[in-house]
Design a protein around this ligand. Sequence first.
Ligand code: G6Q
Length: 557
Amino acid sequence: MTFSSPDQSPAWRALSDLAAQSSSLNLTRLFETDPTRAERYSIEAAGLVVDYSKNLITDEILEQLIALAADTGLEERRDEMFAGTKINETENRSVLHVALRDKAENKYLVDGSDIMPLIQAELSRIKDFCDRIHSGHFTGYTGKPLNTVVNIGIGGSDLGPVMVTDALTPYGIEGRQTHFVSNVDGTHLIEVVNKIDPETALFVIASKTFTTQETMTNATSARDWFLDTGAEASDVAKHFIALSTNAEAVGKFGIDTANMFRFWDWVGGRYSLWSVIGMPIALQIGFENFTKLLAGAREMDSHFENEPLHANLPALLALIGIWHRNFLDIGAHAVLPYDQYLHRLPAYLQQADMESNGKSVTRKGNATSYATGPVIFGEPGTNGQHAFYQLIHQGTDVISADFIAPAISHNETGDHHRKLLANFLAQPEALMRGKPLEQVVAELSASGASDDEIERIAPHRKFPGNRPTTSILMKKLTPETLGALIAFYEHKIFCQGHIWGINSFDQWGVELGKILAKNILPELSDIGEEKPTAHQHDSSTSTLIDRINQIRKDADS
Ligand code: G6Q
């Protein structure tokens, strides 16, 4: 970074000055005065059309945002990521998920060695395994084809595969089904195993470390369940495979390391769906479609790597996000897919963004003197419209939002999709235009309302408007467009983390709770068991432990 902190840069100061005048920014007026605004503030790349014209920006603001990117050395940092520099400093690791989806002929160096042959070898093992499963050559212990996958993993070893597998449902191979078990709540596993036939089930244990409490607990219980159904210990090898970096732990668990698929420490958990962690995706939609997902991401990578900042989608949208967060004090960002198949995208992006940029210490170890990652949330439209959009339209906090839709649905049933698209377009328009009091009054009086009624009701029916949104349109939700969409968000997150001077690739904030849970575990009683009441916690935690133990001791089952 050219400046020790982004807020020391001249561009940051210029942006602060512009923000001081931002109350005069009016989106409707900006559109009226510039008929080319939508065209000028839209970019098409890798099958995505992104219209960012309904954000509270002007050429002057964009110019300073781009200067901020230059002041902070964004392009140099991007090049370092692609070059394999260990930009995840706290874990001393390269960040090379982009290599996982690049062409075989390209080189990526980690500690001086090209990692591409490793990636290609693992990809061809995935292909080979998918072929054997799909052709029925790899069967279960009774000779039946394995048409059901149960992926056991959590966080980065779950959210990406779940989101993509759901999103690409129309590409699913007929007769195959995939279940995901993540939560350590036994209900998650039990509800899945109750639905499956052990003779046709393949358990995919997905864990980078192979030590994660939730995953190892679920994996152990799944193996116990499998054995309880009548299988022998020697049958486990035919029904359990592992996706991991930890061969020793996989071996100890009892999975044949021939059925272990590898990835490496330069693949962050939440960036790992492109690696062998994508196995459940490939098993469900086929290896060829999985490679199309990688190809879509690769196209976005190439756009991100080569386009200048003013035409670079992830960089520009990251900068607009920084304008919102640091200069307009917008603390939450909604992700609103108008496609039911993308219903897990908000949850996926919650992790991708909040685990990456929910930090308050810079890479140099100082407290940030500015805000970082916003709260990310969302639901598919139109469902969200009948729920939390109220707050987005009329709440006291301004919230920015991404509206995402395909122009063509996989299910063009009647006029459903036209209705969905009408809402996809109307909501950003409504958020931008709002409805002034005079208009509400005029409408009420035209409908015959009395003066008293108008006075009472009108203030509730006005909309402030001027609320910023971005519209992301694609022709159809395909493996390619989905790959590009995910890569777009990954790079946007990278750019924001870089400008904030934080490390987007570690996640120390998830550690403390894990350790405390390990301490509390032996203090909790089994059903019917008596436990001592002496605890070393605050009185709230201790009292809750005692209350739980009392209930569990007195319970029959
Ligand atoms: C992601 C995080 C985290 C991780 C899970 C699962 O970036 O590191 O969500 O993916 O904790 O970890 P394992 O894959 O090691 O089980």
